[in-house]
Design a protein around this ligand. Structure first.
Ligand SMILES: NC(=O)c1ccc[n+]([C@@H]2O[C@H](COP(=O)([O-])OP(=O)(O)OC[C@H]3O[C@@H](n4cnc5c(N)ncnc54)[C@H](O)[C@@H]3O)[C@@H](O)[C@H]2O)c1
Length: 330
């Protein structure tokens, strides 16, 4: 059994406790939160799981093998580092850290101590993303043209991190998982309207072979939208994560260009065929993820999401330093 200690029992922590506690090969042995109210909430659901307000009880305990860091981002680096230094495997929330330097340091530290560190990129474990990756890998979409993601809603404003650091890690991790090529360039524009952090951002990412990605994240939208488009040479895909049925639709649509005879004119023809919606596995992503993390520890494998952090996400983070973490904006 992997004995898990969970730091942070706010909004997301209860999902982590529930999913790790339900694992066959893991059990949650201790939960810590700075707030006593969190302890009351934990006791109502899991009267047998001990609670503490002292993080050291988890970080230094000989009875804890792995630590889940489910606290605000500013605390991720120091808590994860202390956990690794004390010989614990680490499951840490997105965004991993406040800078790519901190992220790389933690990955190196884990490697040196032969410990696992994994970032909770929840979407990679959803049935929808797994299906999209499968379709792209099988060549059903054809050569990729673009990836375009819209992730907007009103609030929830986070303390200390901008909308990029709060929402875009989801898109960057999905994009990284699907495109799987190192980006060549990133251009980002963002603005702050209400306080000291950006609440709207437009990010363009350039890949080799003219593959282009765009991510629009926004806390000031009147409506909630979670839609992603992937355009390819053969097919086009739309994923709407807010609907319960037919989340993914594949359109047999496209454009063909041919030279006009005798005249220097391009002839454009549009293909508009069937639309179909593939079956998506109904799984709770966090259940799969907890199983995977435990599996990585037991089989001594490097978790996938730490690997992908070193690709697109890190390249992006290098270009856009978290203003709240450094006090400066680029
Ligand atoms: N993967 C996802 O889809 C997803 C969804 C929501 C939140 N998150 C991430 O989870 C993390 C937490 O977000 P949240 O919305 O639950 O925040 P939250 O503010 O609701 O909860 C954080 C909790 O951590 C506690 N805390 C702070 N410092 C602590 C410490 N040193 N030791 C123990 N407890 C401490 C706070 O008291 C609070 O209860 C963030 O990094 C966020 O980005 C991920």
């Amino acid at each position: 059994m992997i004995r898990v200690g969970v730091l942070g029992y706010g909004y997301w922590g209860p999902n982590i406790v529930r999913n790790f506690h339900a694992q066959e090969q893991a059990e949650v042995v201790l939960v810590c939160d700075k707030s006593l109210k969190a302890g009351e909430r934990l006791r109502r659901v899991y009267p047998t799981i001990p609670f503490t307000t002292d993080e050291n009880e988890i970080l230094r305990s000989a009875k804890v093998d792995a630590v889940c860091v489910i606290t605000p981002v500013a605390t991720h680096y120091s808590l994860a580092k202390r956990a690794l230094e004390n010989g614990k495997h680490v499951f840490v929330e997105k965004p991993f850290t406040c800078s790519s330097g901190q992220a790389e340091e933690l990955i190196e530290l884990a490697d040196r101590k032969n410990l696992k560190i994994m970032v909770d990129h929840t979407f990679l474990f959803t049935g929808a993303v797994r299906k999209i990756r499968q379709l792209v890998d099988e060549g059903a979409i054809g050569r990729l043209f673009y990836y375009d993601s819209l992730r907007v809603n009103l609030g929830l404003f986070q303390h200390g991190v901008s909308v990029i650091w709060d929402l875009a890690p989801h898109d960057l991790s999905i994009m990284d998982h699907i495109i799987r090529v190192k980006p060549e360039g990133v251009v980002a524009a963002a603005e702050k309207h209400l306080n000291e952090v950006e609440d709207i951002a437009f990010i363009s990412i350039y890949f080799p072979d003219r593959v282009i990605a765009h991510i629009n994240v926004n806390w000031l939208s009147p409506v909630k939208v979670r839609t992603m488009l992937i355009g390819g040479e053969k097919k086009m895909l739309v994923w709407n994560d807010l609907v319960s049925d037919e989340k993914i639709k594949i359109y047999d649509k496209g454009v063909t260009l041919t030279d006009g005879k005798g005249v220097h004119q391009l002839l454009v023809s549009y293909r508009s065929g069937d639309m179909w919606s593939p079956q998506i596995e109904q799984v709770e992503a966090l259940t799969e993820e907890a199983t995977y993390f435990v599996h990585c520890i037991m089989q001594n494998q490097k978790p996938l999401t730490t690997e992908s952090m070193s690709c697109a996400l890190c390249a992006f983070l290098r270009q856009w330093t978290n203003p709240s973490a450094t006090g400066e904006k680029r």
